[in-house]
Ligand binder design. Sequence first.
Ligand code: NAP
Length: 282
Amino acid sequence: MAKSRPSLSSLAFWRKPRWRPAGSLAIVTGASSGIGRELTLRLADQGCRVIGVARRRERLDEVVSSRPSGTIIPVVGDVTDSSVCDAAMSEVHQLAGGRLDLLINNAGIGAIGPFFDADPQRLREVMEVNFFAVTQWSRAAIPCLRNAAAAQADRPCTPVICNIGSVLGHRAVPDKSEYCASKFALHGWTDSIRAELAAAGIAVVLVSPSTTRSEFFDSLVGTSPGQTSKSVGSWPPDRVAQATLTAIAACRSEVLLSWGGKALVYADRLSPPLIDRVLAKK
Ligand SMILES: NC(=O)c1ccc[n+]([C@@H]2O[C@H](COP(=O)([O-])OP(=O)(O)OC[C@H]3O[C@@H](n4cnc5c(N)ncnc54)[C@H](OP(=O)(O)O)[C@@H]3O)[C@@H](O)[C@H]2O)c1
């Protein structure tokens, strides 16, 4: 009797991974303003329930109340506080029996000014929020993302961890040493866990925006008022959010968003000494 051959489309490796918002459950950290707010609203509009995390209760309430009840679930608190992470994970258990489809590690802070003049606490604060919190939230979420991966036969949707990095996690610049260090750490760690989680069917996406017109520069830590950020061009947060959701839907490994950002990163790959000379403080 002739053996039936598997069709190409039935081979798992042949299927392109896709993430789908409708019917999904997501966590977005830093949902009260800027990129995270726009991500939360867009996901909610596409039929995804979102657990939104941030410290400012009134700002989070404004986001929650702008969409139908039960669509956006607020968790108020600091991402560096493990009890806040626990509260978000217990929402995942209550809402979806422990199945999570998307974690967006977006909450982030910045600092500007020379490294030598800064209080050492500045480096710790930036690393805690931009890097260590991301690793903690991902560690807590992985079992729930695995549950979603296991349920793929019923609902074809690849679970995703999306980390919001920065162009400055690809090429460092002066006067942002702490921020660059945190985003380089995030970049390296993201590449590593992407390879680790591939076999579990979890996609890991790194999105690297350039300057974005958000509240980011109003909440710099350990930064004197005279310090400003130099940049050429900027994107509005809704454009960054749209590009991020496109990258998540296609389970892309990495996206650099702006042409300016791409130019900086690719020029640096071609000639790091040239970019060092261009960026050196006179
Ligand atoms: N803006 C840019 O030029 C730019 C460029 C490249 C990459 N990025 C990255 O994009 C991400 C979002 O930044 P954004 O531009 O949208 O800035 P933003 O408007 O300042 O938003 C930052 C969000 O993170 C939250 N957050 C900050 N620290 C937190 C903490 N300890 N615990 C909980 N939530 C915290 C803030 O909420 P609460 O204050 O209410 O807690 C806010 O919702 C960050 O990771 C940033 O590094 C920004």
